[in-house]
Design a protein around this ligand. Structure first.
Ligand SMILES: [Ca+2]
Length: 313
């Protein structure tokens, strides 16, 4: 099973054969097929106009399927139907989280202010985008940690604190890797003890010391994965959300991927931007809280719902 988010096609290698227009059908069973819809219509994708260049489409409506069928509508006038195809998306199983570039997962701390001397963060990611925030945390004192893709390289920015005169600054930035938008899995491990950091990408480890003179990472409320937190200050600076897959997210011994999938009773939240508002789902003491915030013109309507006891699975 795959959560399909994009599709790319190309003509047959070194030929006059390609497909200029096609439809996409999908199925769970291989017997009943659903056509892919977009904008309310059965969608016809524009394909290729030569055998060499590939044409990629991001799906507005992703879907989950086991089987795909591609129906050519038009093809090369100089040749026949020819096709190479790549399907993008995340495997659909409990261990993998699909980020669509809208939603952000927040890991809420049990206390509002965390003073952290030691961090171990590990995760695996896969993307075909060159930009995107993988994780972010910040505190009111000015501390922050941001792990993000920039120009298909992995960059960590961390600040354990500036001194009060601003003469000693804690901002530290380290970049590693390249061409990470290759749609293959990459693993990241970040281990920090006080100012000493081991930053590992695909088994290649860089050691560095953070700038400044402080040892603790002071964070408020939460760490967010896949983008900047909704509640955050406008520190984002136009940063893009992560689009792709993540798995095996581990923060200081907590398996975030499992927490998200198993509805752990504490401290987790899904946030998504709607067309004209926001949707928040949080779990508070085994109860599911849903906050829907709709903005219409000047008015702002909030709807809060909560379930009864929600069984932990
Ligand atoms: Ca600090």
């Amino acid at each position: 099973m795959k959560q399909v988010s994009a599709i790319a096609t190309q003509g047959r290698y070194s030929s006059s054969d390609w497909t200029t227009r096609y439809r996409l059908l999908y199925s769970d069973t291989g017997r009943n097929w659903k056509p892919y819809h977009q904008d309310g219509n059965i969608w016809a994708f524009s394909g290729n106009s030569n055998s060499e260049s590939s044409v990629r489409h991001e799906l507005q409506q992703g879907f989950v399927a086991r089987f795909l069928r591609l129906v050519p509508l038009d093809w090369s006038e100089e040749g026949r139907i020819g096709l190479r195809i790549e399907v993008y998306g995340c495997s659909y199983w409990a261990g993998v989280i699909n980020f669509d570039g809208q939603g952000v997962i927040s890991y809420r701390f049990k206390v509002k202010k965390m003073k952290i001397i030691k961090d171990v963060i590990a995760l695996r990611f896969k993307t075909s985008e060159s930009e995107g925030v993988i994780l972010h945390g910040e505190g009111q004192q000015g501390d922050y940690i941001t792990l993000e893709l920039r120009k298909a390289k992995l960059q960590i920015q961390i600040n354990l604190g500036d001194n009060q005169y601003g003469s000693i600054l804690g901002h530290t930035s380290v970049t590693t890797g390249s061409l990470l938008d290759d749609n293959h899995w990459h693993s990241v491990v970040l281990e920090r003890y006080r100012r000493n950091v081991n930053f590992t990408l695909d088994r290649h480890t860089q050691h560095f010391r953070t700038n400044g003179e402080f040892d603790h990472l002071d964070l408020d409320y939460e760490l967010s994965f896949g983008g900047m937190p909704y509640s955050g200050k406008p520190l984002g600076g136009g940063r893009k959300n992560f689009k792709g897959c993540m798995e095996s997210i581990n923060y200081n011994g907590d398996n975030i991927t499992d927490l998200f999938r198993t509805w752990n009773p504490d401290g987790l939240l899904l946030f998504s931007n709607l067309d004209d508002g926001t949707l928040e789902i949080s779990l508070e003491e085994s109860r599911v809280m849903v906050h829907i915030n709709v903005t219409k013109g000047e008015s702002n309507n909030q709807v809060d719902l909560s379930s009864g006891e929600f069984p932990n699975r």
